[in-house]
Design a protein around this ligand. Structure first.
Ligand SMILES: [Zn+2]
Length: 237
């Protein structure tokens, strides 16, 4: 069954990725419905969801996305939702999460906060996504050129931003890189950004016994990802 689903997905991906544009709105609507049918087909596993996210991102950065949001998709999701995964992403305007994974209405839960950090509100949202609603994967998505990471490195202090950046500081302190430890050092900024994703995942599992149990029972997977604002590509950690 799983193999058949993947063959179906591959067929859809190939048949539409070879086209540079859609001939008609009807064709686009059919593609959206077809992929939605695959996405909502059971059983989904954490690994099959990760595969879908990877193939969706490949379509995105190849500039050959399927049209995912249309009137048909709105109608298909009007009476309920069954998202396959959840993404904790930065606030940055250059990281539009659903398009990045070529997902549409009803496909993903998305939590966004500067620096993709967490607190009880974020953990509670992700517990809802996975424990209550059955999402199979949590992606913690950092990105290159993150202003929140740079600000934490440079000790920016301003209003509530100060307390927010304090949650990124453990990542700054954890990177033991000699030399320039300011945002001018791009290698240092990159290393802190990656470490921040890793520490967010670690803290999520520590602060949320519900999520940690789901991982241990292999019902969900948590993965880190790094989005490149220059290419659109997500590199999974
Ligand atoms: Zn950012």
């Amino acid at each position: 069954m799983k193999k058949l689903v993947f063959i179906f997905i591959t067929t859809i991906s190939l048949s539409f990725s070879s086209k540079t544009s859609y001939k008609t709105d009807d064709a686009a609507a059919r593609s959206s419905k077809a992929l939605h049918s695959v996405i909502t087909a059971k059983p989904m596993t954490p690994d099959s969801v990760i595969a879908l996210l990877k193939s969706g991102n490949r379509r995105f950065y190849a500039f050959k996305p399927l049209v995912m949001n249309d009137s048909l998709r709105i109608r298909l999701t009007a009476n309920g939702q069954r998202p396959i995964g959840a993404v904790l992403s930065c606030l940055d305007s250059r990281v539009p999460v659903e398009p990045v994974f070529n997902m549409g209405i009803g496909d993903l839960f998305v939590a966004r906060v500067a620096g993709n950090i967490g607190n009880e509100d974020i953990w509670g949202s992700l517990e809802f996504a996975c424990y209550v609603m059955g999402a199979k994967v949590i992606v913690v998505l950092g990105h290159e050129g993150c202003g929140a990471i740079e600000s934490a490195i440079d000790n920016v202090k301003l209003g509530n931003i100060t307390a927010m950046l304090a949650k990124i500081k453990p990542a700054v302190d954890a990177v033991k890189m000699p030399g320039d430890r300011t945002s001018r050092n791009r290698k240092f900024v990159h290393a802190v950004m990656v470490k921040n994703v890793e520490l967010t995942i670690k803290k999520m599992r520590k602060d949320s016994p519900i999520i940690d149990k789901l991982v241990k029972e292999k019902k969900i997977k948590i993965v880190g990802g790094i989005y490149d604002v220059a290419t659109g590509k997500v590199t999974f950690l």
